[in-house]
Write a new protein. Structure first.
Length: 45
């Protein structure tokens, strides 16, 4: 199987954001973090 990389597009960020928050949901809730602030930080990074 051959794999090719392509430049990222804007729509890729939505997928990455969903993936991040799915994995971090429990931690964010346990630490009582502000999800809106977390999203803003992720977008800034």
């Amino acid at each position: 199987m051959q794999i090719r990389l392509r430049p990222a597009v804007t729509e890729d960020f939505d997928y990455c954001k969903r993936l991040y928050f799915t994995g971090m949901k429990t931690i964010i809730e346990e630490l009582n973090l502000d999800r809106v602030a977390q999203a803003a930080s992720l977008e800034q990074q």
